[in-house]
Ligand binder design. Structure first.
Ligand SMILES: [Zn+2]
Length: 193
């Protein structure tokens, strides 16, 4: 079952909450943030939301590769978010600069509503689900044919994982979708070169 984060939204502010991506729960008569959306923009209506404050710096891309499904053995597209830089607003240290390569995002627990819209359109099988490995829910790939979970650990950490240490020759087999050219986008998750 999808997890909802309920907000305390005064009636006068309901339109701006809706613009940020909040939805109305008619039974509970409360606004909520649908699962998988970053809470940071909702901080004024949700006490715990401000802790969620990492930013993907554009350009933000969606990388698409192929991987074998462990269950049905079919080939399925798998996806991974990437961006030019990450700003962690939770610590005061100056951001470590890196050499301009893309940062790959994994173990995503929440993501900005604007990025979510791209994911729904381009990668409907990349969506929040329960991870037994991590003991929590996070965004993960699913086999296009049988729906089996294809966790980020395999894709990012195992030697044949398509998103591990992408070398220049590997880029030929990775499709890049440009999601956002400018701006900064909330997320919570891990990132690596
Ligand atoms: Zn499968």
């Amino acid at each position: 079952m999808a997890v909802r984060t309920y907000l305390n939204v005064p009636f006068a502010e309901k339109d701006s909450a809706r613009e940020f991506g909040a939805r109305w729960d008619a039974d509970a008569k409360r606004w909520y943030v649908p699962e998988g959306i970053a809470l940071h923009p909702f901080a004024c209506w949700h006490a715990g939301a401000a802790a969620d404050a990492m930013l993907m710096v554009a350009p933000v891309l969606l990388l698409q590769a192929w991987s074998s499904c462990w269950k049905c053995k079919g080939r399925s597209p798998v996806f991974c978010l990437a961006c030019s830089d990450v700003r962690d607003t939770r610590d005061d240290r100056p951001d470590e600069s890196h050499d301009g390569d893309l940062l790959l995002i994994s173990d995503v627990t929440t993501v900005d509503e604007r990025i979510l819209r791209h994911l729904r359109r381009l990668a409907p099988d990349y969506r929040p689900d329960w991870s037994a490995t991590k003991g929590s829910r996070c965004w993960m790939n699913h086999c296009r044919d049988c729906g089996a979970k294809m966790g980020d650990f395999h894709l990012h950490c195992e030697p044949d994982g398509p998103f591990l240490c992408i070398t220049s020759s590997d880029w030929n087999r990775i499709l890049q979708h440009l999601l956002e050219r400018d701006g900064e986008y909330d997320f919570d998750g891990s990132y690596s070169l």
